[in-house]
Design a protein around this ligand. Structure first.
Ligand SMILES: Cc1cc2nc3c(=O)[nH]c(=O)nc-3n(C[C@H](O)[C@H](O)[C@H](O)COP(=O)(O)OP(=O)(O)OC[C@H]3O[C@@H](n4cnc5c(N)ncnc54)[C@H](O)[C@@H]3O)c2cc1C
Length: 474
């Protein structure tokens, strides 16, 4: 299992459903998982009160991550704990289990779970039975067999990766500032991002902006000493905002001296040298891989139907095609786009669909339990907003195109309205207001990732500070 701090409350063996009622098992605590459970607990209040229904949410982390805020968390504009929503607080009527589903046997209505306690105690996995299944484990980074990538690359999907990358970038500036070796300095100040979608462009835009600002506090680093490179295999970036705004984003990034390379692929990054298929070679200690996503591998460990890309084949009612009592939405699901003119078009994997699908999905489960008609999911894509750094952005929403400050402002307003819970909205707004009044935070707290290092050295009889990893942290 990835990580986590909360003990699970399931014991090994098969855990039966509630004595007199039905169990809804929600696999995943992201957009779809959290919003589906939230809608279910609101709509099934009477049934939950009478113990007729139980909602169990299984997820590896005790929080939902608001991924569109990860680039701002990496830039230090938002604290990491404010881009996540604590599931136990929001889903107080549900049973939240910290663990991962490793297999689904829908024919038998059972899921196999690895939880923190089964892992720690060395007991076997838990098998849990259910009556209704919501399978929403989202997606994972779509990697290619690029030599060196597994050893040196980092993704940008989790809050840990975003904060790790922030610390890493600042640490590279510290290394560059203190070394006398020009080759080490050059590699430390070279940052390669692969993939020009939301995640790659926003992460690069925000981090470059932060590093450019931080450079003023280094006596021997100027912004022009840094190389920021965006590698994109197709002829455009940010397809979500349309061709015109995508071209603007390329121009804006290049104006900032960012080396945007279209029609280019990363061939290898062995020995800390990024080699591109246009022949360029960049010694670097930073390769960020954001070249798309693929469905979570747990889907293949189920007996449910998958499409050729490995997503669950779903209907417009968000039920899994051809079976009963199984539902899905979001990045893990291939849902027909009922608003598209071209038959066979599927909903794109994004938060805009995931949140709306979760609502319809929950309503349809309630309708199934109460024996009322099901709804169809239909939402035409409203467009998108993307940040390119502080006060810079690009947007294409409801046919309106915006760029620069207005787009950035719209990006903030939109995401503030979307981030779950009033509590989070207030905290994020407070942080933005404070960061407008004071200077940016440029401190690296990379040592937070190794909290015992200092004590281990002291206990081992050595003095002084622990040596830093000379190769950087990623
Ligand atoms: C950096 C970044 C920026 C983005 N910006 C935007 C944006 O601006 N606009 C937009 O529309 N979209 C954006 N997206 C995309 C959007 O975040 C996703 O489309 C959305 O999160 C999909 O929701 P989901 O519920 O399917 O998956 P997720 O939100 O990823 O949730 C999946 C959940 O399942 C859990 N899980 C995984 N495996 C298991 C398992 N085996 N058992 C149990 N639980 C499991 C995961 O831990 C996670 O909690 C962005 C994505 C990223 C990475």
């Amino acid at each position: 299992m990835r990580h986590g701090k909360v003990k699970a409350s399931l014991s090994p063996g098969t855990t039966p459903g509630p004595a007199s009622g039905r169990r809804i098992l929600v696999v995943g605590g992201g957009y779809v998982g959290m919003y589906t459970a939230l809608h279910l607990q609101r709509r099934l209040k009477p049934e939950l009160g009478r113990g007729e229904v139980e909602i169990v949410v299984v997820t590896p982390d005790p929080y939902m991550t608001y991924q569109p805020f990860l680039p701002e968390a990496a830039a230090g504009s938002i604290s990491p704990r404010h881009v996540v929503v604590p599931l136990r607080r929001v889903l107080h009527q549900c049973r939240v289990v910290i663990g991962e589903a490793s297999a689904i046997n829908h024919a038998k209505r059972t899921a196999t779970l690895d939880t923190l306690s089964t892992e720690e105690e060395g007991t076997g996995a838990v098998t849990i039975s259910y009556d209704q299944l919501v399978l929403a484990p989202g997606s994972v980074s779509r990697t290619l067999p690029v030599p060196g990538l597994a050893d040196h690359g980092i993704g940008f999907k989790t809050v840990e990766e975003a904060i790790g990358l922030r610390n890493h970038v600042i640490e590279q500036m510290d290394i560059a500032s203190s070394t006398r070796d020009p080759a080490v300095r050059d590699a430390a100040l070279t940052f390669v991002f692969v993939g020009g979608g939301y995640a790659g462009v926003e992460a690069l835009g925000e981090l470059e902006d932060m590093a450019r600002y931080a450079a003023r506090y280094y006596h021997n680093i100027r912004p022009e000493d840094m190389k920021w490179i965006l590698v994109e295999a197709t002829d455009r970036i940010l397809p979500e905002v349309g061709a015109e705004m995508g071209e603007y984003a390329v121009r804006e990034l290049r104006r900032r001296n960012i080396d945007v390379r279209l029609h280019t692929r990363l061939e290898s990054c062995e020995n800390r040298v990024a080699v591109l298929d246009d022949g360029a070679r960049f010694p670097t200690r930073t390769v960020v891989w954001t070249a798309g996503v693929k469905p979570h591998p747990v889907l293949a460990a189920s007996d449910l139907p998958l499409d050729k890309r490995g997503r669950l084949t779903c209907t417009t009612r968000l039920s899994v095609d051809g079976v009963t009592h199984a539902w899905s939405a979001g990045d893990a699901a291939a849902v027909p786009d009922a608003t598209a003119e071209e038959p066979g078009t599927l909903c794109a994997p994004n938060a805009q669909h995931a949140v709306r699908q979760a609502k319809v999905l929950a309503e349809n489960i309630v309708a199934t339990l109460r024996d009322t008609p099901l709804k169809e999911y239909a939402h035409s894509y409203a467009g998108s907003v993307a940040s390119l750094g502080l006060h810079k952005g690009v947007a294409h929403v409801y046919g309106r195109k915006l760029k620069g400050y207005p787009a950035w402002f719209m990006h903030r307003v939109y995401h503030l309205s979307r981030v779950p819970t009033f509590n989070r909205k207030a905290r994020v707004l407070a942080e933005w207001t404070l960061s407008g009044l004071f200077k940016r935070e440029i401190v690296s707290l990379g040592s937070l990732e190794h909290p015992r290092a200092e004590f281990e050295l002291a206990a081992g009889g050595h003095g002084g500070h622990p040596p830093r990893n000379p190769n950087g942290s990623s």
